[in-house]
Design a protein around this ligand. Structure first.
Ligand code: FES
Length: 193
């Protein structure tokens, strides 16, 4: 039950460490980034971002998050409008659908994603299958979810790499069969995603 709750958290704000010899969370069999209507990019993959590897994360695509590259819910306040159902491309199946996915927020620019990845709409249709793509995170591309270079015109400012702090996990000596933790650098009280 606890595992199911944690693993259904798209942002990775809730994570867990099992101490009962049960299986730890595994990466998905298919790496996906889900495009949320008027909202974030929800990644489910073996995500390598800076020094950290995680399996779930919601990344900002409106440009307004104060915790870039992660979503902090600012799209709700800013009234960000972007479809979660962009046009579908006719792309062939990948040879492999999982494996490490390296996410690189570029300085004042797009999100570079390298690795096997399926881009899916909010309702689950496949937009693209790729091993390298550049997604908009400034909120202004006319070709969302892809970057079209508009970030330069609008003067988007965003750090390169992960601005994330270390995960705020409880001490290892916790006497519980599970450690359930909220990663403070991903979580804000406002709804995320
Ligand atoms: S990051 Fe938005 S257009 Fe490039």
């Amino acid at each position: 039950m606890i595992v199911a709750i944690a693993e259904s958290c798209p942002s990775g704000a809730i994570t867990y460490i099992r101490k009962d010899a049960g299986p730890q969370e595994q990466p998905p069999v298919v790496n996906t980034v889900r495009i949320r209507e008027n909202g974030s990019l929800a990644l489910h993959a073996e995500i390598v971002l800076g020094d950290e590897t995680s399996f779930r994360a919601t990344l900002c695509r409106c440009g307004a998050s104060e915790n870039k590259p992660f979503c902090d819910g600012s799209h709700n306040k800013s009234g960000f409008a972007a479809t979660g159902e962009p046009a579908l491309k006719d792309t062939p199946a990948l040879d492999a659908r999982n494996g490490p996915l390296t996410v690189t927020p570029t300085k004042n620019g797009q999100l570079k994603l390298e690795g096997n990845l399926e881009i899916v709409t909010g309702t689950g249709h496949t937009v693209d299958r790729t091993q390298r793509t550049f997604l908009c995170r400034c909120g202004h591309s006319a070709n969302k979810p892809f970057c079209d270079g508009t970030h330069k015109k609008v003067g988007f400012v965003g750090q390169s790499g992960a601005a994330a702090k270390a995960a705020n996990l409880p001490p290892q000596g916790e006497r519980s069969n599970f450690i359930v933790a909220q990663r403070s650098w991903l979580y804000r009280p406002a709804r995320i995603g």
